[in-house]
Ligand binder design. Structure first.
Ligand SMILES: Nc1nc2c(ncn2[C@@H]2O[C@H](COP(=O)(O)OP(=O)(O)OP(=O)(O)O)[C@@H](O)[C@H]2O)c(=O)[nH]1
Ligand SMILES: [Mg+2]
Length: 467
């Protein structure tokens, strides 16, 4: 167990009213006491109990550095569970750095990024899913993401996982003791019973896993790519959504060549909208690169918005685009509806069917006019329906937002399905416990009970300094 004392500036490094330097570890009070004096010039910190705050001054030798408030927290009642002292000083970069370096000179070492949270985890105050939630709370970009991170921080994920693990270990223990002591513990009728329990467990894990997609979207936003032929109105759409003239709009086909990204908020969710170069076969070197980029970005988009200029007939380029967006979530906008239409819905659907190789491509087609501002509300509605069945509400369920958690849940499900196979195949009981153990371990990776040190270091190194 590390017992050295660490310190860092925990507030943002910029000029602000107040800045906080946190010191955590056995010697934290000693360290700060060496540079602190109260109003009567006495060093008194060591005499104070936990959960108290004190007015005083920081000195570098005889030189006054700042006027401060110092909070004292005693183990285990602190974020890290260690003795912790926080110096609230004035929030200037210079003064914060000066106090930090004084603290470092007097017996603490600089904390690594995430080290306070890592200690909270290693000291058992929070589990790994809660530690990760700390980072998510800090980086939340919208209210829903924040709400979810807070629920996770409260232990919502941990509670579900711990409960599943408890049930699994109970079965393992039962099987093992029956195998050890067959005279007293009988496994008569047990396979049916286990089958029932597997259903319950699988159901719970599947429900949690089912939140992962929504969770990812709430946390990271919907990666949205606007595609279409040149001059269809793609950049006009981006500008409309952004509420400002972000992209150049002209009537020259091939105006946009590079990709352009804009973060747009739609009632609590983020759309990361990317405008791309119009798709057409071209000999222009720059435009060609732009078209290539458009294809690439479309590949890993969550949502494609295919803007069609409905005042010009479909051509070979449309086939290309339809091919490109196969198997993608897509909304089609028949734009320029203020002009005479040259494309019929049937014709468009026919082509779509051919290129997508499916009978009924489930793609919404909406009419818009970006010139006259019509159809935009319906379009925003369609996005919500596509991702949240109409309402962006998450209720009280907690959502999985981390890819790491998602993988662990998937692995647990695989192990549980192997138990089921062994059951169906009438395998001996010790086969069950091997795979039950596998599921137990996979779930333990979420809470951090079954992780290697390397992974722990990797997770915490993503934290910002001072957290
Ligand atoms: N009549 C009409 N014109 C529109 C509409 N939407 C866009 N336009 C015009 O169509 C032209 C092309 O618009 P852009 O937004 O630049 O089209 P784009 O798809 O980004 O074009 P590229 O960047 O060249 O691929 C501009 O002159 C727009 O003013 C619309 O709904 N109706
Ligand atoms: Mg454009």
């Amino acid at each position: 167990m590390t017992t050295d004392t660490i310190a860092a500036i925990v507030t943002a490094l910029g000029n602000a009213g107040i800045g906080i330097i946190r010191v955590s570890g056995e010697k934290s009070t000693d360290v700060v006491d060496r540079i602190y004096r109260d109003g009567k010039h006495r060093r008194t910190l060591k005499n104070f109990p936990g959960n108290t705050i004190h007015y005083g001054f920081i000195y570098d030798g005889e030189e006054l550095v700042d006027e401060v408030m110092v909070s004292i927290m005693k183990s285990p009642a602190s974020f890290t569970t260690e003795d912790t002292v926080e110096v609230n000083c004035h929030g200037g970069v210079l003064v914060m750095n000066r106090i930090l370096s004084l603290i470092l000179r007097n017996g603490a070492r600089l904390a690594e990024p995430g080290e306070f949270t890592k200690r909270a985890f290693l000291n058992g105050r929070i589990d790994l899913s809660e530690a990760e939630a700390v980072m998510d709370v800090i980086s939340s970009q919208n209210e829903l993401a924040l709400k979810n991170s807070l629920r996770q921080l409260e232990g919502a994920v941990r509670n579900i996982i711990t409960d599943c693990r408890k049930k699994i270990i109970h079965e393992i223990a039962l099987i093992e003791s029956a195998l050890d002591d067959p005279e007293h513990i009988s496994l008569e009728g047990y396979p049916q019973e286990l089958g029932q329990k597997l259903d319950d467990l699988t159901g719970r894990i599947e429900r949690l896993l089912a939140t992962a997609e929504k969770g990812k979207i709430i946390k990271e936003g919907i990666k949205t790519v606007i595609v279409g032929k040149p001059n269809a109105g793609k950049s006009s759409l981006l500008n409309r959504l952004a509420g400002q003239e972000r992209a150049i709009v002209t009537d020259i086909a091939g105006t946009t060549r590079d990709i352009l990204e804009e973060n747009i908020r739609l009632e609590g969710i983020n759309l990361r909208v990317i405008d791309t170069a119009g798709i057409r076969s071209t000999e222009d070197v720059i435009e060609k690169i732009g078209v290539e980029k458009a294809r690439k970005y479309s590949e890993d988009a969550d949502l494609i918005i295919y803007v069609v200029d409905s005042s010009v007939p479909l051509d070979e380029n449309d086939n290309q685009i339809m091919h490109m967006i196969r198997n993608k979530r897509c909304i089609v906008l028949f734009n320029k509806s203020d002009l005479d239409s040259r494309i019929s819905l049937e014709e468009f659907r026919d082509r779509l069917r051919e290129s997508q190789n499916v009978d009924k491509p489930e793609i919404r087609i909406l009419r818009t006019s970006l010139r006259e501002n019509t159809g935009i509300d319906e379009f925003e509605c369609a996005i919500r329906e596509l991702f949240f069945s109409g309402k962006i509400e998450t209720g009280d369920e907690v959502m999985i937002t981390s890819l790491r958690h998602r993988k662990a849940l998937e692995e647990a499900l695989i192990s549980l399905s192997q138990v089921r196979e062994s059951l169906l195949a009438g395998m001996p009981e010790d086969f069950y416990s091997i795979d039950l153990m596998g599921a137990y371990a996979s779930l333990g990776r979420i809470t951090g009970e079954e992780v290697e040190e390397d992974l722990i270091n990797e997770i915490f190194s993503e934290f910002c300094m001072g957290k």
